[in-house]
Every structure is written in C-alpha cells, then in structure tokens.
Write a protein that binds this ligand. Structure first.
Ligand code: PLP
Length: 453
C-alpha cells in the first residue's frame, strides 16, 4: 500500500469510525495501526510491519490466522448456504455443532441456544433463568447475584450483572437492581485477608445474601476461575466449587460465563471442569469459531428447557432470537475449529504453553513495579503498582498499562491492557518461539516504561 493510500484510510477512519472501548479524543490525535492482513500469530499492518497478536484479536484466536482447514470449511459452507434462519427452520452445521458442544460441556447441559456475541448470550442466560422461575409460578425471583469486578458484556442486562464501575456506573440509572458479592481478588482482598488462611472468607458475604434473599434471586452469575476484564483476577482453588454448593443449598441457579475462559483458554475446554462444576447455564463465545466469525452459545439443562414447554397460548415460549442466530458459516467455522483442537491436542498445548509463559515471565516477580502476576493457562495479567510494599496503584493519569502496550507495539507485539494490568492472551496454538518473544517484549516494555530494568 502506498503512503497516500494509507493516509487516505487514516483520514476516513478518523472521519467515520467510532472505535469501541476507545477514548476517541486520544485516538483522533494518534497514528493508528491499520491491520491489513495476518499470517499465523502475526498481524501485518498497511506498511508491512509485523506484530505478534498478543491478545489473540481480543481473546478469540485459537490456531492462528489463515488456517487452511477453517478457511476450507467456511468456503464449503458458502457453496451450500451462507445464511438461513433458525426461527422455524433447522440447519445442518448448527445441529452438528450443538451436539459437539453438548459432548464437550459439563454433564447435564443438553440444550444449546445460539447468538452472535458473548453479551447477547449472557442476556439469553439471564432471561432463561428468569423465565425458568416465572414459568414455574415463582414470581418473587426477579434479580441476580453477581460479583464485584465481573464483566459480562455491554448490553444492558449484562451490564446490570457487571461490576466494573469504570465501564458501568454511567448506565446505572437504566439497570435493574442486583445483589453484589465481593470479588475473589486475593491481591487486593476486599476483606483484608490472605489466602489460604482466609478459608475463602470472601464467600461469606455471598452466603449471607443467599441466606437472606434466595427467594428473590434467579441465579448467581460468575466468570469461572478468572474474572477476565476485571483485571485477570484469578479465584483461589475451590472458590467455584463452593459457589456451586451455595447455589445448591439455596436452590438458586448457577450461570457460569465462560465467554473468556472457555474453548480451551485455561487448559480444559471449559474452566469449570477444573473444579468438577456443572452449572445450570453456561455461556460460551469468543474462541468458538477459532477467532473467525461471531458466534456465541448459551447451554442449559433439560430442567430449565422444560420450564418453557407448553401450548402456545400458555405464554411460555422463549421469545428471544436474533436474525443471524446459528449462522451456518459461523457454525461451520466452529466445527472445523473444534475438529482441529481435537486433532492437535490444543488443550494439552495450552497447558504446556501456559507453563512456559509463566516461567518466562517469572523474573518480573522481583520487579519493583510488578505487584502481582496472575495466570491460568494462556490468560495472564501482570498488575503494575507505583509502590510494591504498600501495593499502591499508579495514578490513572499516568496510563502505565497503555504506555507499556505502546512500547510493546513499537517492539512488535500487539497487547491491550486493562487499566494497569498488562494482559497477555495469545492464540492458543502460538508457536513457542513467538510465545517467548512475546514474553521478552512484554518484560522489556515494562522495564522501559517503569524505568527499572
Ligand atoms: N463475558 C465475558 C466473561 C467476557 O470477557 C466478555 C467480553 O470480553 C463478554 C461476556 C462479552 O462478549 P462480547 O464482547 O462477545 O459481547
């Protein structure tokens, strides 16, 4: 691409594109990276510069970009039908994919409802849980219990159960009220305790809410093992199991949002497998199609499904569904992705790569401005702090996370921080040399920006 072509694109972008989760004032003054193509784990910009895709194109990419098997599956499906509706009709790839997802999911999750985005699939989960109680004649259950620092997407229902003030506070007047429990954020324990002597005391407030208000609560909503957008906050072992037990003892449904943690990210297909937990409703998205096309799914049990059965006049129909629900191209991509994951033992690869990445980052543990390194499989958060002994954060205006990401980009890796938590979420099958390069670029960027090597 010539310099003029690029400049024209930049001008058009700045004139017309409103970028998500982006302060556009800063964007308009910046020199944007325009991705033109990609190969394997590399993004290539309009000037031919190459960058490791260090956040797998927002936590979705599995086998890299340009995977012949997925390309072919989509092309073959294009030769059959690009889209037909699931409203009143069935489709071949959506049937096959539903059966595969059920086989991969924890036991009992036998029903699959498709969407295009994680947030929409969370809305489905909330409405399923609400409808479940209502159709069984329990009208007092009108709210949910969710966690501080939780993130479930940007639609209003998902925001109502979200707990990231920066993203959500402006919209609070629009939201239905919910109960909130503390986040299992051990590094900044909301109760001032320390694991393991705490006995996971942050579950006590959740237990209390359930004790007092279970008859108002449709479901507890959690991200299993890792609160991702909240800052890669890893829950202590046993936390999820105990949430499941609390739900059981209070007869409340459990919704597990696996949009970030699912499809192998933590080394098992779904993160809740680590603790042998089977939720009542599971939400998956992001990596389902290998990072190719938008697809999400909400899985649930026969019990929840049955609550919606009845004559049309009974008013129990699940009146929910999007135009492109279960799109055949996306389902075909997902089938090819899952097939490759099986053939290539991608889950084993994630466990191996997770250990290699943790080891490569370990020297940062001694860094005076690295407060905490949290990881599970190929989900990593490195929390930067102004003062390590007191764990004092940097002032937001210092934008340390963003500056580290900018330095990493200069050195050839695209990463995107969450505040001052530097996030690494590479494609699940990233080759080990690139993984090590990503780790060393990140270390060097942190050292350069904090001024401590
Ligand atoms: N749930 C979780 C746990 C997520 O991390 C995200 C996105 O990051 C979502 C839901 C929303 O997914 P989407 O952006 O596809 O709507």
């Amino acid at each position: 691409m010539t310099r003029n072509d690029r400049e024209h694109l930049v001008a058009l972008d700045k004139a017309h594109v409103w970028h998500p989760f982006t302060q556009m004032q800063g964007w308009l003054a910046s020199e944007p990276l325009i991705v033109e193509r990609a190969e394997g784990c590399w993004l290539i910009d309009t000037e031919g510069r190459r960058y490791i895709d260090g956040v797998s194109s927002l936590w979705v990419n599995v086998h890299g970009h340009g995977v012949p098997e997925i390309d072919e599956a989509i092309t073959e499906q294009l030769g059959r039908v690009a889209h037909s509706t699931l409203l009143g009709l069935a489709g071949v790839p959506s049937i096959e994919l539903a059966a595969e997802l059920v086989a991969l999911a924890p036991p009992g999750l036998d029903k699959v409802f498709y969407c295009e985005a994680g947030a929409s699939a969370v809305e489905v989960a909330l409405k399923m849980a609400f409808g479940y109680w209502r159709h069984r004649g329990v009208e007092s259950r009108t709210t949910f219990l969710s966690l501080e620092n939780g993130y479930h997407g940007d639609t209003l229902g998902a925001v109502a159960v979200g707990g990231i003030d920066l993203f959500h506070r402006a919209y609070r007047p629009l939201l239905f009220p919910t109960y909130r429990a503390p986040s299992p954020y051990c590094y900044r324990c909301p109760l001032g305790l320390a694991y393991p002597s705490c006995g996971i005391g942050c579950l006590e407030p959740m237990a209390e809410v359930l004790e007092l208000h279970a008859d108002e609560i449709c479901a507890v909503v959690v991200e299993p093992l890792v609160q991702a957008a909240g800052g890669m906050i890893t829950a202590p072992p046993g936390y999820l199991r105990r949430v499941r037990d609390l739900c059981d003892s209070h007869d409340v449904l459990l919704i597990v949002d696996e949009v970030a943690t699912g499809v192998g990210r933590t080394g098992t297909f779904f993160a809740c497998e680590h603790e042998g937990v089977a939720p009542d409703i599971l939400v998956a998205g992001k990596g389902l199609t290998g990072g190719y096309l938008p697809l999400a799914a909400t899985l649930t049990t026969q019990r929840v499904f049955d609550a919606f059965l009845g004559d049309p006049a009974a008013g129990k129909t699940f009146f929910h569904g999007h135009t492109y629900t279960g799109n055949p191209l996306a389902c075909a991509a997902a089938l090819a992705n899952l097939d490759l994951m099986r053939k290539r033992d991608t889950l084993g690869g994630v466990r191996e790569r997770g250990e290699i990445l943790a080891e490569a980052l370990a020297p940062l543990n001694g860094h005076p401005h690295v407060g905490d390194i949290r990881h599970h499989g190929l989900m990593v958060g490195i929390e930067l702090v102004a003062d390590k002994p007191s764990r004092r954060p940097y002032e937001a205006a210092e934008t340390m996370g963003a500056r580290v990401a900018a330095a990493a980009r200069e050195a050839g890796a695209v990463i995107r921080p969450l505040g001052d938590v530097v996030v690494l979420m590479p494609p699940l099958a990233i080759p080990i040399p690139e993984l090590l390069q990503l780790a060393s670029i990140t270390r060097a960027a942190i050292e350069a920006v904090t001024g401590c090597g």
